[in-house]
Design a protein around this ligand. Structure first.
Ligand SMILES: Nc1nc2c(ncn2[C@@H]2O[C@H](COP(=O)(O)OP(=O)(O)OP(=O)(O)O)[C@@H](O)[C@H]2O)c(=O)[nH]1
Length: 203
């Protein structure tokens, strides 16, 4: 694949099996693959072109492996990320604890990275509300505390997936414009910060 300019690096983090790859699949290709679960090895990459007002923003989305075996590698992928979608499974309280672990890491190591907490598999709650493993208000309190955004998504039905990535793109555009205004360096308004190029994509 030839190099394409990416405006904002986005990383997906979270315990294995919470549905990160499915979220990317839904966002990038509008589909949900049922069938045997295949865990991600290393990381996978996808570029997603988004429209915000009259601007086009290309998100470079890194889907990391959730297995703790790959924890050190996941750290490499969040370096320089402008946004992190930290996923937990709405039916699994352990996965929420793991999400908190990643939030702590990001807060300590990636100051410029906005955090989007994403509760996945909301369709399972539609089927049976008793399956909720993490109290909604507890999550809301936590989100307020860490100043993050919170979404509850389903890659199966598509619920709130587009909204999540649209918000990531909008925040990127708004934050960049704000930076241009406040940095007062005579920067051209059309100029974006730190574009980079990608060259690989693997699963
Ligand atoms: N019902 C339902 N199942 C989902 C959803 N998203 C993912 N799954 C299922 O959850 C399992 C794990 O999904 P993945 O997307 O592979 O999870 P992952 O977080 O990428 O896993 P790792 O690559 O191991 O980190 C698969 O069997 C998916 O079909 C969802 O929104 N609803």
């Amino acid at each position: 694949m030839s190099g394409r300019r990416v405006d904002a690096k986005v990383v997906l983090l979270g315990q294995e099996g919470v549905g990160k790859s499915s979220l990317v699949e839904r966002c990038a290709h509008g589909r949900f693959r049922a069938g045997p679960y295949q865990n991600t090895i290393g990381a996978a990459f996808v570029a997603k072109v988004m429209t915000v007002g009259d601007q086009t923003v290309t998100l470079g989305i890194w889907d990391t492996a959730g297995s703790e075996r790959y924890e050190a590698m996941s750290r490499i992928y969040y370096r320089g990320a402008r946004a992190a979608v930290v996923c937990y499974d709405l039916t699994d309280s352990g996965s929420f604890q793991r999400a908190k672990f990643w939030v702590n890491e990001l807060q300590n190591c990636e100051e410029g990275c906005r955090i989007y907490l994403c509760g996945t598999k909301s369709d399972l709650l539609e089927e049976d509300r008793r399956k909720r493993g993490v109290d909604f208000h507890d999550v809301q309190d936590y989100v307020d505390e860490i100043k993050a955004d919170h979404f509850e998504t389903s890659s199966k039905t598509g619920q709130s997936v587009d909204e999540l990535f649209q918000k990531v793109a909008e925040d990127y555009v708004n934050f960049s414009a704000f930076q241009v205004m406040t940095e007062d360096k005579g920067v051209n308004l059309g100029q974006r910060n730190s574009p980079y190029f990608y060259s690989c994509c693997h699963h």
